[in-house]
Design a protein around this ligand. Structure first.
Ligand code: UMA
Length: 449
């Protein structure tokens, strides 16, 4: 931070911006908040922390730059390149709430990133440490802004970091940094995959220990001297976690030692067993009891909106996977189920290339119901499933799924799945993937009796 008499600039008045304002108030630091939404409602909650005359709405203009020496940006903000350049050229300081947190030098900072699975791994580690009696809190992309973690002295601070958060963050020192996997995502923001890979690997820059998926070549596996790994194969040593299959049952294992059977965990799908491996690798790196940790996982339920098995009737499971906003996430979801799948997908598409998904759907998915802005485009892009429908809204999509499954169940005794895994963002119809997931669940519960 540059020493200055000018007020700080907070850019973005979402969760992050509000928590920064709260923090700056606490340390008596003057600030102005900018938000590009012209019609943003200044709620009572905002007024409690921020004087209305300190809020400037609408386009961020170049002329604002000279009013500040320090800028703290929210992750969702993609400032025009020339504005960032101007701020940098004028030797002003741009940073994030993660940088402020970093300056506080908290104990045992564990940073998690990755394209898919990072929220599950973050919550798993928090769950295990809590159940081992530790004082722990998870924050950042997982929902609780990271500055909220400063309110108490936690023994373990877990930070889920998105590529957006890593982009503008200068330094994050960690005891452990972990990458679940890296596949293309958010390329509209980061321009190309190479940039995205570099941003993700940035998490290892100031880490004491690195933990990563050993089968993912996009991860810089030589990041630190002390390393632990996880993956879908069998690990070589006790620092490597993996999966052993015996008599058709998957076991999460440490090296060649089986730790816990898939039948003892509530999470569904192989990708989730890999997430468990990642969490156990963290426990091992912290020199805590891995077997005891594995026992606590039995009680770990699903994460809402991520392979959430919210309704099961006879042999039919309803799964809310609304958080799958990209193709890879939907691919993992479908791969984790056997067959007899009805898939609801659609929304705002982030890509034109659905070829990889197409291969996975073949022979597994019996019916697809497309909805949202991209429904007609998706119908033309995905031809491997013969039975398709177009739905006008979520209620209609759920109704189509029920009609199909009611006919199919007459002749099917195997497990069947109805899954919302959209592979698209929710912004065409909803405010967030959470709202989309809730809408799906409500319609399913109301209509499926
Ligand atoms: N805004 C602008 N200009 C812009 C974009 C946004 O002014 O160009 C304003 C918006 O009008 C809004 C505010 O900035 O008022 C929103 O800020 P934000 O988009 O940074 O969102 P926050 O509410 O601060 O939430 C952020 C993360 N959101 C994003 O990165 C988009 C949350 O992750 C995170 O939980 C929260 O900080 C706390 O750390 C959510 C997310 O969708 C879950 N993450 C993406 C993902 O997981 O794929 C990256």
């Amino acid at each position: 931070m540059i020493k200055s008499n000018l007020p700080l600039a907070i850019i973005g008045l979402g969760k992050t911006g509000k928590s920064i304002a709260k923090y700056l108030n606490k340390i008596n630091c003057d600030f102005i908040v900018y938000d590009t939404r012209k019609d943003l409602e200044i709620t009572k909650e905002i007024k409690k922390e921020i004087n209305e005359n300190k809020i400037i709405l609408g386009e961020f203009k170049e002329e604002y730059i000279e009013n500040h020496d320090n800028f703290i940006v929210s992750p969702g903000i993609k400032l025009e390149k020339n504005i960032i350049e101007k701020i940098k050229i004028s030797k002003k300081n741009i940073q994030t709430d993660i940088d402020i947190f970093n300056g506080k030098k908290r104990k045992n900072v564990i940073c998690i990133t990755g394209t898919n699975g990072k929220t599950t791994v973050t919550l798993l580690i928090e769950h295990i440490l809590k159940n081992l009696g530790k004082k722990v809190k998870a924050g950042a992309n997982v929902g609780l802004p990271v500055l909220e973690l400063l309110s108490e002295d936690y023994e373990y601070n877990i930070l889920e970091l998105s590529s957006f958060q890593l982009e503008m963050t200068k330094t994050i020192n960690s005891k452990i940094s972990l990458i679940t996997n890296i596949t293309p995502d958010h390329l509209d923001r980061h321009e190309n995959f190479e940039n995205y890979v570099i941003l993700k690997n940035k998490i290892f820059n100031n880490a004491e220990i690195s933990i990563f998926n050993r089968l993912d070549n996009n991860i810089n596996s030589k990041a630190t001297e002390e390393r632990y790994t996880f993956g879908a194969d069998v690990g070589q040593s006790l620092n490597d976690f993996g999966i052993i299959k015996e008599n058709n049952i998957n076991y999460i294992s440490q090296g060649k030692k089986k730790i816990i059977s898939e039948n003892d965990v509530q999470l569904i799908g192989k990708h989730n067993f890999i997430n468990i491996c990642a969490a156990l690798a963290v426990i091992k790196a912290l020199k805590l009891d891995v077997e005891l940790a594995a026992q606590t996982i039995k009680k770990f339920g699903c994460v809402e909106h991520r392979m959430e098995n919210f309704l099961k009737n006879d042999n039919i499971s309803w799964i809310n996977d609304s958080k799958s906003t990209n193709i890879d996430s939907t691919i993992s979801a479908i791969k984790s189920l056997d067959k007899n799948i009805v898939l609801l997908m659609g929304g705002r598409s982030k890509t034109n290339d659905y070829s990889e998904l197409e291969k996975v759907l073949k022979n597994k998915v019996d019916k697809i119901i497309f909805f949202g802005e991209s429904k007609n485009f998706l119908k033309n892009a995905l031809k491997s499933v013969k039975d398709i429908s177009i739905a006008n809204n979520m209620e209609h999509a759920v109704c189509e799924a029920i009609n199909f499954i009611n006919i199919k169940k007459e002749n099917c005794e195997e497990n069947m799945y109805i899954i919302l895994s959209p592979a698209c963002s929710s912004y065409d119809m909803y405010k967030s993937f959470e709202e989309r997931g809730k809408s799906f669940k409500n319609h399913a519960i109301n209509q499926y009796k």
